[in-house]
Design a protein around this ligand. Structure first.
Ligand SMILES: Nc1ncnc2c1ncn2[C@@H]1O[C@H](COP(=O)(O)OP(=O)(O)OP(=O)(O)O)[C@@H](O)[C@H]1O
Length: 498
């Protein structure tokens, strides 16, 4: 297969491994006490509270504890006082907390410093007024801007590629804000203009703004001041946000925020060659924080291949897909040692297609075959979309019983055969970038992905955070069976994909 990913030498992977092993608890990180306490709110129901490799490399670096600067000769130096980082870590490795914790820590520290400065300034002014009073009883001082509650000028901006991710990252920020007091404003095109205005121009100020690049770029075009105080800019899913479609918006925001920027962090589960080239040219001093397993699909995720060209499918992919789902749905729930309990009784399966038009087509066919299947794309009704995703990401807290009842308009009512306790979402890349689908054990690759980057993101929706997962790829007429074999072999050897 044509190389699409930047290669990381095995020597540097081992060196990072050693560093990661040194950080065995969150307490060993110099985060403020309130941030330490907040971690427990952001990671509920988990006995295992050790930082993940992504967190072990990113948090100390963002806190200024490790300096591993690389410098590419001949390139222009970065802006003075700006520190830039690339966090490249495998899918589902906790990158969200890896950037949120140090960002919030920095915000609280900045706030404390500004408060002290404000008190000192007020004291000085009071003294000056006293002096003036004795000299000139008519003078009045101009009102001062209260830096601590400055509306519509966030200190941190987090950019993500979709409205779903805005909501997901917003929910983690909200969980943290129960303990550490800060204001997060998640805004996306799914919110009404009034909601966006109220969240951003909140009179109590906003600390962290979470949005997509196109929306924020359009807001910044009319309200340029919105980016005037940003000290921390996070570009999550940087492989998407730096690709052709998003790049103009992302770089526009980056340029507007640069004068006040202190820390820039790009996060990604892959380093495609175009990203590597761009970063080497624009950010020669960027610290690259790469986890040892980058570009490798974890061994706990297995990949099965179904040759659709053979009997009984004879080239009929839809039939092969329905049949595979029936087999998964009927198999008894197996024991998952990583969770120490029976796997969920309701099975959730993600089916990935390459083209948006196929989502409806495939979902309809599956529904005809008695399967609760729904197409998920940009035009899906937002409230329906939110409900659907909630049950796949585990944020819905729906009981297994209510979950088991068929959703309206899914499994075809006229069909007597109905596959119980199984839910299917048919989607494109929209569902593969960053969505934390912890409840998903099975991913079906209906189409062979175009690149290894897509393989990594799609298979990355299962086997998250130490859980087991299974990918099944349907190889039909015209599909590149050789590419599938390459990926499968690399996965078997535990090697990074190329
Ligand atoms: N230290 C930790 N211990 C256990 N679970 C954690 C830890 N940190 C994060 N998690 C959980 O891991 C899951 C995945 O986290 P997150 O969505 O941040 O991954 P990601 O690296 O951004 O994935 P992707 O590359 O797919 O976007 C979340 O459910 C999160 O609550």
């Amino acid at each position: 297969m044509q190389q699409t990913l930047h290669q990381i030498p095995y020597g540097s992977r081992s060196a990072i491994k050693r560093k990661i092993e040194e950080i065995d608890s969150f307490e060993s990180l110099p985060l403020m006490d309130e941030v330490q306490r907040a971690i427990k709110d952001a990671l509920p129901d988990l006995d295992y509270r050790r930082p993940t490799p992504a967190q072990a490399v990113a948090i100390p670096a963002m806190l200024g504890l490790s300096q591993t600067k690389r410098r590419t000769k001949g390139n222009k130096p970065e802006k003075d006082g700006l520190e830039s980082f690339l966090l490249a870590a495998e899918t589902g490795s906790g990158k969200t907390l890896a950037y949120l914790l140090p960002v919030i820590d920095a915000i609280k520290r900045e706030e404390a410093i500004e408060k002290e400065e404000l008190i000192a300034q007020e004291q000085q002014e009071a003294e000056a007024r006293e002096k003036e009073k004795s000299n000139d009883i008519f003078s009045a001082s101009a009102p001062k801007l209260n830096k601590a509650t400055d509306p519509a000028r966030p200190r941190a901006v987090i950019l993500v590629p979709s409205a779903e991710l805005v909501a997901q990252v917003g929910a983690v920020a909200k969980a943290l804000s129960h303990e550490v007091k800060f204001r997060a404003a998640p805004v996306s095109a799914k919110n009404s203009a009034t909601v966006i205005r109220n969240r951003i121009f909140n009179e109590n100020g906003v600390d962290v703004l979470i949005s997509t690049p196109p929306l924020l770029a359009s807001i910044a075009a009319t309200s340029p001041n919105i980016l005037a105080r940003v000290t921390h800019l996070i570009i999550d899913e940087a492989d998407s946000l730096m690709d052709r479609s998003f790049k103009p918006f992302t770089t526009e925001i980056l340029e507007r925020a640069t004068p006040s920027l202190k820390k820039l962090l790009m996060c990604s589960a892959t380093i495609p060659k175009y990203l590597d080239k761009y970063l080497a040219a624009q950010f020669p001093d960027m610290q690259r924080l790469v986890t040892p397993n980058l570009h490798a699909i974890p061994r706990r995720v297995q990949l099965g291949v179904i040759d659709v060209n053979k009997d009984p499918y004879r080239g009929n992919k839809q039939l092969a897909c329905a049949d595979t789902i029936w087999q998964i749905g009927r198999a008894s729930s197996d024991y998952d040692p990583s969770e120490g309990r029976e796997a969920m009784s309701v099975k959730r399966i993600l089916v990935f297609v390459n083209e948006r038009e196929e989502t409806d087509e495939v979902a309809k066919y599956l529904a005809k075959k008695g399967i609760d299947a729904i197409a998920f794309h940009r035009d899906t009704d937002p409230s329906r979309q939110a409900k659907l995703l909630a049950s796949f990401t585990g944020t819905g807290k729906t009981s297994e019983a209510s979950d088991a009842s068929p959703a309206p308009n899914t499994a075809d009512a006229s069909n007597k055969r109905h596959l119980a306790n199984t839910k299917v979402i048919v989607t494109t890349d929209l569902g593969s970038r960053g969505i934390d689908t912890v409840e998903v054990r099975h991913v079906i690759l209906y189409d062979v992905p175009h690149t290894t980057i897509d393989f990594i993101h799609r298979l990355g929706r299962t086997g998250r955070m130490g859980r087991r997962g299974r990918g099944i790829v349907l190889v039909g007429p015209g599909d590149r069976a050789d590419i599938v074999k390459e990926v499968r072999d690399a996965m078997f050897r535990g090697e990074a994909l190329i």
